[in-house]
Write a protein that binds this ligand. Sequence first.
Ligand code: URA
Length: 235
Amino acid sequence: MRLDKYLSEAAVASRSESSKAARSGKITVDGAAVKSAAVHIDPEKAVVYYCGKKVNWRKFTYVMLNKPSGVISSTDESGRTVMDILPPEFIKMNMFPCGRLDIDTTGLLLITNNGPLAHELLSPAKHVDKTYAYTCEPAITEEQRVKLEKGVDIGGHISAPAAVELFSGTKGNITIREGKFHQIKRMFEAVGSKITSLERIAFGPLVLDESLERGGWRYLTEEEEKELTSVGSKN
Ligand code: URA
């Protein structure tokens, strides 16, 4: 991989910044200064320093975002997207949201550039659990809770079994494995209620970090990365 691409993927410097830095002898590869950022390096093995700081390049990057309301999850629509509230380098690193949350849904959204893993995590066959804290109006009863768990008609589709925990008639957690458009909102409508707020609090092995404010993000820890990638590799 070209050194300038490596540095841009590591969100360290743009390609033009890299060539300037190389010309001024500010980049070393395996202990020796390089004169050009166009040199090719082995990204898995090279030890690169940029302006005296060791570069931490990873093949894939994983970020947990606490999505605020009012931004859309896709990258390709006009309107404010989740990528607009993240560092611009992430776009250069080909990062994208793994799955979609409605514009008014908040909470855990994984942002990554690991396309094959994202595909696996979103595949219905993988059965990745997604848990949401909800509020609804009017309140639902135990009977409606059971219906939601067993499966309801959301318009030509019977929802797959879910888990619903009631904290009160209007508050609870719901865990689903599917990811149909407006799935939870449609499930509640099917039992005669309406979702008034929805926050994703878990996605597979990832649990929303409560210390992240809305719009806040952080890289996944090594442990989280390991758990996530092992979900991807399970059949
Ligand atoms: N179900 C919904 O209705 N909306 C979401 O954003 C996620 C799940």
